[in-house]
Design a protein around this ligand. Structure first.
Ligand SMILES: [Zn+2]
Length: 225
């Protein structure tokens, strides 16, 4: 079982960066929830969140939560600010080889997923969540909230899904996750009968198939015999 902690940057009284009508704390929560939901389609992965609503958490609390869970990976999602454009990711200056290897994979998958966005590179910084977590960790800065071109993208739900998808593709590659087998939705049988559509009663198989299809639409299971 792979245990992932998803950390939506900021929250509560700490709104993070703001610009162009957007708040970092809202975007990070939306992205992280998308990541968590998408990971639900995979086997052998357990997702934890540092927050699932708009609340304040100290940076050390976030790291502590992941340490207590003995998580396999910690992913902190942020939105950048300060007059730039594009995507960048961070690990700690003393990051171990696993953290660096994971960053290489995840950074590349995110860049692939978000299309025509400036790649600002794989960076290192002494951020608290990178320093205090005892497992491989990455912090992503997903575009700039104070750049009009970037926020035009960040205002699109589709783009936020792409950002999440990139994170997920990276996690899937790093941990070799497999998709859950698709379960067929149970068909409702109104009266418990199975309708047999006799091919012989029709001029050709095409008509029989048409009737079978019509029955199916009405919710009646049918077979062509
Ligand atoms: Zn931030």
């Amino acid at each position: 079982m792979v245990r992932i902690v998803l950390d939506a940057g900021h929250g509560g009284k700490d709104v993070g960066a703001v610009g162009n009508g957007l708040r970092e704390k809202d975007l990070t929560l939306t992205i992280v929830k998308h990541i968590g939901r998408m990971l639900g389609e995979y086997e052998g992965v357990e997702v934890h969140y540092t927050r699932t609503d708009d609340r304040f958490l100290e940076l050390s609390e976030r790291a502590e939560l992941a340490n207590k869970l003995k998580a396999d990976y910690f992913i902190s999602v942020h939105i950048n600010a300060g007059g730039g454009t594009g995507f960048e990711s961070y690990v700690h200056p003393n990051a171990n080889s696993a953290t660096i290897a994971y960053q290489n994979v995840i950074h590349a998958e995110i860049m692939k997923a978000i299309g025509n966005v400036t790649d600002r590179g794989k960076k290192r910084a002494n951020y608290a969540v990178l320093r205090e977590t005892h497992m491989p960790v990455i912090l992503t800065e997903n575009l700039f909230i104070d750049n009009a071109n970037d926020t035009a993208k960040l205002k699109s739900e589709q783009f936020l899904l792409q950002v999440a998808h990139g994170h997920v593709e990276g996690i899937v590659k790093v941990f070799g996750l497999k998709k859950k087998a698709k379960t067929q939705p149970q068909q409702k049988v109104p009266d418990g009968k199975l309708y047999r559509v006799q091919v012989g009663a029709f001029s050709d198989i095409e008509n029989a198939e048409r009737l079978a299809e019509e029955l199916k639409k009405k919710g009646y299971p049918s077979i062509i015999v």
